[in-house]
Design a protein around this ligand. Structure first.
Ligand code: AMP
Ligand code: MG
Length: 487
């Protein structure tokens, strides 16, 4: 490979420099004919990058990794991971590169990362590539999550590479330029642990502390404080997923961040009709990562993180395990508290409504929604109208409204605040049928439906005329939705 040209944009190379054991210097494959499909201008501004530069020819080369930023050493990151419960000791970025870190306008370090930039030493049997549809999908869903206030990696751009990629058929190739607080995963720590090098594990933990949980550095036991902070971040994150009906679809430990950001939008989907057993991924036959299982799987993954961190908790293995168990026990309470607080807000219940009074309403609601097969997003948004006295839209979602009426009467008596509800219950989410429509059009060269969908879901609480169809449930003929991994 000839060395890639350098750009005028400057990045830091902290991870590449400090973690040679976890970072293989590598170059992106040449994109034969890069063409910008979508650029996130607000995010570019946050990063101090000039959108007009990014739209120009050098900018496009930068966004696909063919022009290397000053100071950057692009690397493929090593990580391990439990995939559907089985441990894979060496996964790593098979088709991705960390370009480096950028200091954003707020002074924080953010990773700039490429997905679909060609084979790396971690590619195993994969082609190292990505195609337009799934990369736009990650762009849409991650930006929708961000707009709903849910921690997530961000999408800066999707560039069509001009290369055809073989999937079931030949498809247009693409690179997603992704931005994250970091790409440290539970699997990064699992990888460091399997090397047997405790100093490496400790350095990685110090790095995680400095990037995400600086308060832990001054704690009596910094690594315990780090672990507790990750537990808290994940309890909060998964509660937020549950509150908006998000199904991640592939919660392997390599797809769970240390920062508490949602990562790797492969086979994810938003639930339409409420169902704890909702699964969309074609490969998740046992429903391991079903909607209702996500809190349990998060706790399972955190247990794997605890195993990786044990040598840092205590020199004595037995005492380290006892400590880990004690900290892990906090997850359930934290998750439940975050979910209940979030659900109270979704129902517009004021803080001074006693939890004992609210709890039965919260507990009974999932059963009502499941039995009625009620559209999750529409229900909560319409319930806001009910709080304003227009109960019929939400009531009419129930074929048999008797049980709902009884529930709604008790809820209504608590004086729900419709404005609070409208600030947390999105009118627009990336509904599966709308995402598919936008991707099919974009793959055929028409970007207009993608732009419309993005404008809806990036301002999700602000209902606007002209966007009515973006707030509606899927048409009946949309059928059973299936998503695919390894895309
Ligand atoms: P994911 O399920 O997307 O989180 O990926 C799991 C692992 O497979 C990671 O190590 C990825 O880098 C790798 N991978 C996924 N797709 C490809 C591909 N097309 N080529 C090479 N590696 C891939
Ligand atoms: Mg992944």
């Amino acid at each position: 490979m000839t060395p890639a040209a350098r750009s005028t944009v400057t990045l830091e190379g902290h991870f590449a420099r400090d973690f040679a054991e976890l970072a293989v210097p590598w170059q992106a494959e040449q994109a034969p004919d890069p063409r910008l499909l979508v650029l996130n201008e607000p995010l570019a501004a946050e990063l101090g990058l000039d959108p007009s530069y990014l739209r120009g020819s050098d900018g496009l080369l930068l966004l696909v990794g063919n022009l290397v930023p000053n100071g950057a050493t692009p690397v493929a990151q090593a990580y391990a991971g439990h995939q559907f419960g089985s441990f894979a000791p060496r996964l790593g970025d098979g088709r991705a590169l960390l370009l480096g870190e950028i200091v954003d306008a707020a002074g924080h370090l953010r990773d700039v990362h490429l997905k679909g930039s060609g084979r790396t030493p971690f590619a195993r049997g994969g082609d190292g590539l990505a195609v337009v549809g799934p990369m736009l999908r990650e762009y849409i869903v991650s930006e929708a999550m961000h707009a709903m206030g849910i921690p997530t990696t961000r999408s800066l751009a999707v560039i069509a590479t001009g290369r055809s990629v073989r999937r079931e058929s030949l498809q247009p190739g693409a690179v997603l330029t992704r931005v994250a607080g970091s790409h440290l995963r539970v699997g990064s720590f699992q990888y460091a642990r399997t090397t047997g090098d405790v100093d490496l594990l400790r350095s990685l933990a110090d790095h995680a502390i400095s990037r995400h949980y600086s308060g832990a550095a001054s704690a009596e036991h910094p690594y315990v404080a780090l672990f507790q902070a990750v537990i808290a971040a994940q309890a909060s994150l998964v509660a937020q997923w549950m509150l908006v009906g998000f199904v991640h679809g592939v919660m392997n430990t390599d797809n769970m961040t240390i920062s508490g950001e949602t990562i790797d939008y492969g086979p994810c989907a938003f639930m339409d009709a409420f169902d704890p057993a909702a699964v969309y991924s074609s490969i998740d036959e046992a429903g391991r990562y079903a909607y209702g299982n996500q809190p349990v799987m998060a706790e399972w993954n955190l247990t794997r993180l605890a195993e990786a961190l044990l040598p840092l908790f205590h020199d004595d293995q037995e005492q380290a395990v006892a400590l880990a168990e004690e900290f892990l026990a906090a997850f359930r309470g934290q998750y439940s508290a975050a979910w209940a607080a979030g659900m109270k807000t979704k129902l517009g219940l004021r803080n001074d409504v006693d939890d004992e009074v609210a709890a039965p309403l919260l507990v009974e609601l999932p059963t009502l929604l499941k039995v009625g097969r009620i559209d999750h997003t529409s229900f909560f948004r319409s319930l806001g109208s009910a709080a304003r006295g227009h109960a019929e839209p939400v009531r009419s979602m129930f074929m048999d409204p008797v049980a709902f009426d009884a529930w709604a009467q008790r809820w209504s008596a608590l004086g729900p605040d419709a404005e609070v509800m409208d600030r947390v219950n999105p009118a627009y989410i990336p509904r599966n049928h709308l995402v598919e429509e936008a991707l099919a059009s974009a793959s055929g060269g028409d970007l207009y439906p993608l732009e419309r969908l993005l404008s809806a879901v990036t301002d999700p609480f602000n209902e606007r005329s002209g966007l009515e169809r973006y707030a509606c449930a899927a048409p009946e003929d949309f059928g059973t939705y299936r998503t695919f991994c390894g895309t």
